[in-house]
Design a protein around this ligand. Structure first.
Ligand code: KG4
Ligand code: ZN
Length: 349
């Protein structure tokens, strides 16, 4: 039986295992975090310089049950209090996704509880709903993570239009690669961000690509130019400060993201801009988008730092939206490593 939603808050258990975080959370009415447990696998992957899919899958299997139990305990509820189980079913690493999906399906079946399949990228967007309880569409959202970089326009009904995206690397991926060249340990993005604070952002000039899509961007050329510049300096024994290089790279990536997001915001006459995804933790990106939005009188929203990276509270928040719309996933729900956000067609890309 589906638990009654009359008078009682709707409790959704979120489960996230798409990459290297095993996470479970209980969220009330899609907006209030009752618990948010994240077990990070960073120490397991650090030695390899990146995520090893087999290790990730195995670690999820070992931790998922414990993490869910902790989430319920912290939320002061039992499995029988849950109104729905929401799980990330893509995009991500197939072996990692399968752990969460299988666990969520078994739980939903045993509890006769609705199962909601959540797209990880949508989850990142809904992290903002946890930080701003009154936030609702329409809005424009830049989602920048390790695997994806998109600009979505979301209308009153909550329907998405993809208006721009990276033509090659995702923003987080570019940060991680640049960090590697600077010999920073995995995950490089946050470390490069910190190092950049001590450097001169104008020390190295980097190219800005010309692209066909008005709101599209690209990081591959920038990354290659950065790698070449560092190699060149090393070959010529030319001294350089790693902090200067980090600051110059961060400036170039952030400028590109801000320029395209604000171009779209101006064209679409948007009143709200949201930032989401792991790269939303980038200090310069947060600052620059806030400044540009403020100049134009646009309201700017960004998740708390603790909700930028992968977590299950955002999955529960997104799952709640599906739950109230009556969406239910069948028990044949499968991991979809290349799952895309369901969008309405656009002429802009
Ligand atoms: O959303 P996320 O946690 O995982 C994916 O869905 O991919 O994003 C992780 C990405 C990594 O590439 C990481 O280096 C990057 O976000 N990241 C950052 C910062 N914090 C995390 N990149 C730049 N600056 C940061 N402060
Ligand atoms: Zn993510």
């Amino acid at each position: 039986m589906e638990n009654s939603t009359k008078n009682k808050p709707v409790l959704v258990l979120g489960i996230e295992t798409s990459c290297d975080e095993t996470a479970a959370a209980v969220v009330e009415n899609g907006r209030v975090i009752r618990s948010n447990i994240v077990y990070s696998q960073i120490p397991l992957h650090e030695v390899y310089g990146g995520v090893v899919p087999e290790i990730a899958g195995r670690a999820h299997v070992e931790k998922i049950d414990l993490v869910v139990k902790q989430a319920l305990q912290k939320a002061d509820c039992t499995l029988h209090d849950l109104n729905a189980v929401a799980v990330t079913h893509g995009p991500g690493l197939v072996g990692a996704l399968l752990v969460g999906v299988s666990y969520a399906k078994a739980l939903a079946l045993s509890l006769s509880c609705p199962l909601i399949g959540v797209n990880h990228i949508e989850g990142h967007i809904y992290a903002n709903y946890l930080s701003y309880p009154d936030l609702n569409p329409p809005f424009l959202c830049l989602v920048a993570s390790g695997g994806h970089s998109h600009i979505f326009s979301v209308d009153e009904a909550g329907d998405y239009t993809l208006i721009g995206c990276t033509q090659d690397d995702a923003a987080g991926e570019a940060f991680d690669k640049a960090a590697r060249i600077l010999q920073l340990p995995y995950p490089g993005g946050p470390r490069l961000d910190k190092l950049a604070d001590e450097g001169d952002p104008d020390a190295l000039s980097l190219p800005r690509p010309k692209l066909q899509g008005r709101y599209d961007y690209s990081f591959s050329g920038l990354k290659t130019a950065f790698i070449n510049a560092i190699h060149h300096k090393e070959q010529k024994n030319e001294p350089y400060k790693r902090a200067d290089m980090a600051a110059s790279f961060r400036k170039a990536v952030v400028e590109m993201l801000v320029e395209k997001t604000m171009l779209a915001a101006d064209d679409f006459k948007t009143k709200k801009v949201l930032l989401a995804g792991g790269v939303a933790a980038n200090s310069l990106l947060r600052k620059r988008l806030r400044e540009e939005c403020s100049k134009r009188g646009i309201a700017f929203y960004l998740p708390d730092l603790s909700l930028c990276g992968d977590n299950a509270a955002m999955i529960a928040a997104a799952g709640y939206q599906g739950f109230i719309k009556g969406e239910r996933a069948p028990l044949s729900l499968n991991a979809q490593p290349a799952l895309r956000v369901r969008c309405i067609p656009s002429d802009a890309t």
